[in-house]
Design a binder for this molecule. Sequence first.
Ligand code: G6P
Length: 610
Amino acid sequence: MCGIVGYIGKNEAEPILLDGLRRLEYRGYDSAGISVINGKKIETVKAVGKIAELEEKLSKKDVKGNIGIAHTRWATHGKPCEKNSHPHSDCKGDIFLVHNGIIENYQELKDDLKKLGHKFKSETDSEVVAHLIEDLMKKYDFKTAVAKTLKMLKGTYGFAIVSKSEPEKLIIARNGSPLLLGIGKDEYVVASDASAIIRHTKRVVYLEDGEMAVLEKDGYEISSMHEKIIKNREESEIDWSIEEAEKQGFDHFMIKEIFEQPQAVTDAVRGRINVSDGNAKLGGLRDVSKELREIERIIIVSCGTSYYAGLVGEYMIEEYAGIPVEVEYASEFRYRKPIIDSKTAVIAISQSGETADTLAAIREAKNKGALTLGIVNAVGSTIARETDAGVYNHAGPEIGVASTKAFTSQLSILVLFALFLGRQRNMSLVTGQRIAKELEKLPKLIEEVLKQNDDIKKIMKKYSKYRDFLYLGRKYNMPIAYEGALKIKEISYVHAEGYPSGEMKHGPIALIDENFPVVVLAPKDSVYEKTISGIEEVKARGGKILAIGTKGDKNIAKISDDVIYVPKTLEMLSPIVNVVPLQLLSYYAGTLKGIDVDKPRNLAKSVTVE
Ligand code: G6P
C-alpha cells in the first residue's frame, strides 16, 4: 500500500528518498514520485510502474536540495497514471504533498474549492488537501494553514508537505496512517514504515493520531492539529537491523522468510516457556493477568493470513483453556453489532500492526468496554500501542507480501496464550508440561521440513500445469488448508479453494476430475481416518492427490499420487509444521511461472485503507 518518505538535513535529499522508496516497494504500489525543494524552486518527478522508471527519469535531471518528499502510490481514487501519482500540488505549484490514507469528504471539499476558482489536475482525494492549504495560506503561515486544513478533513491520513513560501520546513501529520519520525545526526528521515528509516537511524518518534510535526534542519516540534505544542515526546528504538531487512543471498524475501521460520518460532517462544511449571510467561500480559483470569469469552479479529492464525487459535484456546472463542474478519466486526462486555477479551492479530480494518475493530471493541490485546510483529505500530496489553512476535521484518514467518510465529504465540489461559483455569500441570516441551522442539521439526526443499520444488514442477487446486484439511488443519489455498492464489495467480475436508461432499466434489488436483493435509491425528475417507472419495472420481502426511505413514503413500512427509508433533502444534510445505509449494508455483513473488500484482503488504 502507499508509502511515504521525507527527508530534511545536511545531505542531498534525492538519493535518500529514492533508497527509502525502494525499501517500501514490498508494500505494493503502481506509481511513484518525488519532490525536492531548493530555495524557491521545487523539482517534481513522477513515473508509473517501478521505482526504476522514476530513477531513469531522475537520472536525466539535476535534482538538488536537502529537503524532499517521496511516495509510492497504490491506487484508490483514480487509476494509476502520472497525473494521479504523488506528490500533488496546489494551483500555483507552491505546495507539494504526499498522502497515505483516504480523505472521505474530499468531494464536498473539492466542490467548494472549485467554486473558489481552484483548478484540479488529478482525480485523487489527496490533491484537495494541497488546495485547502493554499487557500488558508492567504491568511496564515504554513504551519497554521496545515493545522486548520487537518481540522477540515474526515478520513485517514499520513502527510509529508513542503511549501515554497517557507522552504526550510517539512511538515508531517498523521491520523490513522502510520508515520514515523527518524532522528538522525543533523537530519530527519520520515517514513510510513521503519524499513525506509533504519539505514539512517534507529531512533524514532511515533506520531499519534491527530498530531503534526514541523521539522527544520536543527530541530522539530510536535503539536496537535488544535495547535497545542506537545513537549517531551518519548523516543523509541527500532529493534531490528538493516541486515534483517535484506535478502542475504536468497532469490526472494519470501523464500528467505520461509527459511527463517525455525528462528522466528524460537524467537516467539524464547524466555516465554517454563517447562517445569508447564506454563507460559508472557510479560506483556502481566498487567492484565487478573482480568484475563476473569474473562468469559474471546473474540479474535484479524485479516488475511492473520485471520487463519486466529482460526487455529480458536481451536487451541477452546480445547486447552475452555474459553469460548470466536474469530472474525476485522472488516466485518467493525461494521456489525458485536455483543461485547467487560468479560470479553478482543485479540487483534496483525503482522504489521497497521491494518486499517483490524485497527478499527480494536478501537470499536475498546469503545464497548472490552479488554483489548494484540499479537503484533511490528514493534511500536499503532495496534501495539492502542491495545491494553499484548505479545510481540519478535519475528523480525517480514518483507515478502505473502505472510510466512509471521504466520508460524503467530501460531506459536497462540499456543503460549492457550497455555497461559489454560493454566489459569483447569489445565493440568502434566498437560502444560507436555505442550511446553513439544513447543520447544518445533524449530527442529520445521528444519526437517525445510530440508525437503528440492523435493518439494520437483513436486510443484509436476503440478505447475494445473489451473485449479482444492486444499482440504480438518480440525486444526482446516485453517491450514485455507492458508495453503490463499498462498498459492496470491503468489502464482492460480485458482485455489481451501475447504474443510468434511464439507467437500457438499459442493466442491462436483469439481473433481483429473484436472483438479487436491492437496490434502492428512496428519496422523484424531481425525486421520475421516481424512482418509475424503481422499478415497476424491480418488473414486479420478482426482489427483498430493498429501501432506506424517513421517512413517506408509498407508498414505498408497492412496495418494504424491506425499510430502512431515515429522510428528502434538495435534495442536501440527499446523505450525504442516503449513511449511504449502508455503514452499506456493513459492515454487509462483517462481516457476516467473512471477515476482515478493510483490505479486494488486496486493499490498500492509493494507492501511479500508
Ligand atoms: C495483507 C497481506 C497479508 C496479510 C494481511 C493482514 O493482505 O498481503 O499477507 O496477512 O494483509 O495483515 P496484518 O499485517 O494485519 O497481519
